[in-house]
Design a protein around this ligand. Structure first.
Ligand SMILES: Nc1ncnc2c1ncn2[C@@H]1O[C@H](COP(=O)(O)OP(=O)(O)O)[C@@H](O)[C@H]1O
Ligand SMILES: [Mg+2]
Length: 313
């Protein structure tokens, strides 16, 4: 691990990994980012969640110095990513949505070439392949890798120089569920090594499973920034209890204290409540606790409420 982490000042907390203040960016008429301020803490898995066109890629591109904001300031590991600073670039790893490969090479040769560009020895290539669980594909041509394997190779490319701070732009896009899960494991292990990760996604389950904190963006604006759990709780969305309709009547359910709403869906009586524990006990007494299924609010509820359902697509 690099010793060049941003030094905390004597008393205060460690300097943030990334700090954005009032960042805006337009492409002609399109306002891709609108006055975004946020801080990414060192060592956290930071998610940027939003629908297509929300401004996620623009945000990452500004953080890594690929784009210059129209307004606002950006600080990355204590430095400025614009104009490009090669010392800073050596400390960050970047996987964009259009990662370029040396497609005629094998995976191992591709990484050896990247290693050479960084002035690293060949062992770095082998180590990066191991890290993303791709060592058995070292001799496979990049062209012949599956989608999931390519994504992992892109990740290895972003990791090869052991950066403290890693930016990933939709690393699991277009992967099948199994490949996504296996990439999650790789990402979790990176997080476990104490690296800071900034990762965009439009998958809610991914944000919920991986992120310490999530920034929700839509139409270029930062709508919320908190842990997935806090985002869900701040909604105060009701929990749902499901009981087979032949075991409990709507009237019985409506008669219970703490019940907000009762509907019937797919042969189940669905009880919405903000007093889930109390209602669960009461329903359990009526029908037996093992008959009751519970559905708590998810990040999806929070997200849909914040972004508005018209944002889908
Ligand atoms: N190079 C560009 N030129 C013009 N418009 C762009 C460009 N890149 C992105 N945009 C527009 O900016 C908005 C945000 O895009 P982007 O940052 O790619 O969002 P996301 O990554 O969340 O899908 C979209 O409306 C997109 O069409
Ligand atoms: Mg994007």
């Amino acid at each position: 691990m690099s010793s060049a982490r941003s030094t905390p000042d004597a008393a205060g907390p460690p300097a943030p990994a990334v700090r954005l203040d009032g960042v805006s960016k337009s492409y002609g008429e399109v306002r891709a980012l609108d006055d975004v301020s946020l801080t990414v803490r060192q060592g956290e898995f930071f998610g940027v969640l939003g629908p297509n066109g929300a401004g996620k890629s623009t945000l990452v591109e500004i953080m890594v110095g690929m784009r210059r904001p129209d307004a606002g300031t950006v600080s990355v590991l204590g430095g400025s990513p614009w104009p490009r600073d090669t010392a800073l670039l050596r400390r960050i790893g970047v996987q964009t949505q259009s990662s370029a490969f040396f497609t005629r090479l094998t995976a191992g040769e591709h990484l050896a070439t990247v290693a050479a560009l960084y002035g690293l020895d060949r062992a770095a290539a082998g180590r990066a392949l191991e890290q993303v669980d791709l060592a058995d594909r070292a001799r496979t041509r990049v062209d012949d890798l599956s989608g999931g394997q390519r994504q992992r190779l892109a990740l290895a490319t972003a990791l090869i120089h052991r950066p403290d701070l890693i930016f990933l732009d939709e690393p699991t896009a277009a992967l099948d569920p199994q490949a996504r899960r296996s990439l999650w494991e790789v990402l979790r292990s990176l997080r476990g090594e104490g690296r800071t990760i900034v990762c965009t996604t439009h998958h809610l389950d991914e944000a919920e499973a991986l992120c310490d904190r999530v920034a929700i963006v839509a139409r270029g604006a930062l709508l919320a920034l908190d842990s997935p759990g806090s985002l869900v709780r701040s909604l105060a969305a009701p929990a749902r209890l499901l009981v087979p309709a032949d075991r409990l009547s709507v009237a019985q359910a409506e008669g219970l204290d703490g019940v907000d709403r009762v509907t019937v869906e797919g042969g189940e009586v669905v009880i919405e409540t903000r007093a889930a524990n109390r209602v669960l006990v009461a329903v359990g007494e009526l029908v037996g606790i093992e008959t009751v299924q519970t559905r708590t609010a998810t990040l999806e509820d929070a997200y849909l409420r914040l972004t508005g359902s018209e944002q889908h697509g």
